[in-house]
Design a protein around this ligand. Structure first.
Ligand code: DON
Length: 581
């Protein structure tokens, strides 16, 4: 049995001795998550690419744990969906252990090198660099953390040998795989934005500019070699040796070289952190604490909505969507202002999801009119902050795995932008995660911005891998890519399943409505009458067309009869596949 901390304290600091200590524990009321030795429901893998799903299913059938399967899924995703995640990126993982009832999270977020400075994304005239220049610069590359995080999770929850989970990816990389429509589309999008750097162009185009056609076979022997090295050496392969050398060389190359060093790679440690959990009606919802803003922001949306009878409104009503949109606007305003790496910036974590505070925020929502403007509140424990200036990215993936014993992994993994920094090492793309920092360290009034760059600091994330419990038992797991829209996507799926009684697939299929700043509506899926009604209430919106990758929600839920049901986002290429008990 676990006692889940409500707005709990951090685990250890993860980056060398110069890093500030983790914040001290806040008052931690506790919620129970129970072991479930009677699990007979079988397993499931829901992920964004069929080859990755197959790799995960193969591991579950071989008796592997959810973490063993997560390693296999990540290894294949990094190859077949390189625009989204991979070995050169970072990740967050929420884990439920069915035997002990423990819920823990793993933080494999990239850290800024020791040489990073608050003004590293500013030009000589003090203005921020263009996002493309920053993304492709060596300065955007943080120390990759996904593999080190998986290694830590494997030490604690692996059943099969570490090397076993890497086999499928090595085989596919050697034999090649068919370029999928989505990969082709993402290469096309990336090339259209001023082409690719030479290495990426050689790998992903036929002549430097023409994207590899759909169905063409893509072989990546360097990837196979890296995977075999990682299978043998573990995350040490990132700390020293030829792979580490390649990573450093790629980050230090022109144009705009970064400072990433061997010392930075050697100093990287993933973290095990307590989840941030709170009740939502009859459920307990658990997610990531900082450096992700995801768990807090989702609990802030839900805690605001808890003050309304959402179930009586429903997905076909304008009232339902109006309240959902307004709750998001309030949550985003707080999240943008107050959340960052809490080893560097004090984050009023408990205050942001305090039920009394959220009740006062919910009173700002009118039943009939959109709020004319939305300001951050003053949650208990907060100090004033500057106005955030953090941009958005487009490369991430989420998957959910339940193993046949009933252990659960909910993992969101990212290289940040499309193909990350577009710089390669060892056959994979290196992240551009450091562009998740605010480019400006202070706002126009000179007030310091919480998410400013600092050496050893982790950029704020929106990634929201989530697990929900009911009566202490696993109920569902969900998450999505989508940059800061992740919070909107995952909240939508949760409201759809928990309040509107929809199946995971129906909830995933609902139109996306992202209410951070101007409302962005998925007009191709939304009922035009509903959009007109929202406009009549004062919601001005723009279409989501052209707004990055969109959602990639993947979810698994336990049905009342004990069977599992899953969902794969129709906006991507994935699926959810069951494995019998
Ligand atoms: O950590 C984050 O929040 C972002 N780097 C995630 C980027 C992302 O989801 C792009 N989406 N498709």
């Amino acid at each position: 049995m676990t006692l889940i901390a409500l707005a709990g304290c951090a685990g250890g600091a993860g980056y060398g001795s110069a890093v500030p200590a983790a914040p001290s524990a806040t008052a931690t009321p506790v919620i129970e998550a129970k072991p479930n030795p009677a699990w007979r429901s079988g397993g499931m893998v829901a992920a964004a690419n069929p080859l990755a799903v197959e790799a995960g299913v193969e591991i579950l059938k071989a008796g592997g744990s959810a973490v063993d399967a997560a390693i296999a899924v990540q290894a294949v995703l990094g190859l077949v969906e390189p625009q989204s995640s991979g070995l050169g990126g970072g990740a967050f993982l929420v884990h439920y252990d069915v035997t002990t009832g423990d819920v823990v999270t793993y933080d494999g977020r990239e850290v800024a090198p020791r040489g990073a400075t608050p003004d590293m994304f500013l030009m000589a005239d003090g203005k921020p660099m263009s996002s493309l220049e920053a993304i492709r610069s060596g300065r955007s590359i943080g120390v990759p953390g996904a593999v080190a995080m998986l290694e830590m999770a494997h030490r604690e929850h692996g059943k099969l040998p570490w090397a076993r989970s890497w086999q499928r990816a090595a085989i596919i990389a050697d034999e090649g795989f068919a370029v999928s429509p989505r990969l082709n589309e993402m290469i096309t999008t990336a090339v259209a934005r001023e082409g690719f750097p030479v290495e990426a162009a050689t790998y992903l185009t036929t002549d430097g500019r023409t994207p590899l056609p759909v169905g063409s076979r893509l072989v990546n022997r360097k990837y196979a070699e890296s995977v075999r090295r990682i299978a043998r050496e573990g995350a040490k392969a990132f700390r020293e040796g030829p792979l580490a050398d390649e990573i450093i060389a790629a980050a230090r190359r022109d144009p705009v070289p970064g400072t990433l060093s061997h010392e930075d790679l050697r100093a990287y440690r993933p973290n095990r952190l307590e989840p941030v959990c709170d009740t939502y009606r009859v459920y307990v919802v658990c997610g990531m604490r900082p450096p992700s803003s995801g768990g807090i922001a989702i609990l802030s949306v839900l805690g605001t909505l808890e003050n309304f009878e959402m179930s009586s409104m429903g997905p076909a009503t304008v009232a339902g969507w109006h309240h959902f949109i307004e709750a998001q606007r309030l949550a985003y305003a707080d999240r943008d202002t107050y959340v960052a790496d809490d080893r560097y910036t004090s984050v009023p974590l408990a205050g942001l999801i305090d039920k009394t505070y959220l009740r006062s925020r919910s009173a700002l929502i009118s039943p009939s009119r959109a709020m004319t403007s939305v300001q951050p509140g003053s949650p208990p424990g907060s100090t004033p902050r500057g106005r955030d200036a953090t941009g958005v990215g487009t490369g991430t993936s989420h998957f959910v795995i339940v193993d046949t014993r009933g252990n659960v992994v909910s993992m969101t993994t990212t290289v940040e932008g499309l193909f990350g920094s577009q710089r390669m090492a060892g056959g994979f793309f290196l992240n551009n995660q450091l562009t998740d920092f605010s480019f400006r360290p202070v706002d126009d009034s000179g007030a310091p911005i919480a998410n400013a760059v600092a050496p050893g600091k982790k950029p704020r994330s929106s990634m929201s891998p989530t697990i929900v419990f009911r009566d202490g038992r696993f109920e569902l797991a969900v998450g999505s890519p989508g940059g800061n829209a992740i919070i909107a996507y995952v909240s939508k799926a949760l409201v759809g399943m928990l309040d509107w009684n929809l199946s995971p697939q129906q909830a995933v299929d609902l139109p996306n409505m992202i209410a951070r700043g101007t409302l962005v509506a998925e007009v191709s899926r939304a009922d035009p009458v509903l959009l007109e009604q929202l406009a009549a209430m004062g919601h001005s919106f723009r279409s989501n067309r052209g707004a990055g990758e969109g959602s990639g929600l993947h979810a698994v839920r336990v049905l009342p009869d004990g069977r599992l049901t899953g969902a794969a986002d129709p906006r991507r290429e994935g699926r959810a596949v069951a494995v019998s008990p």
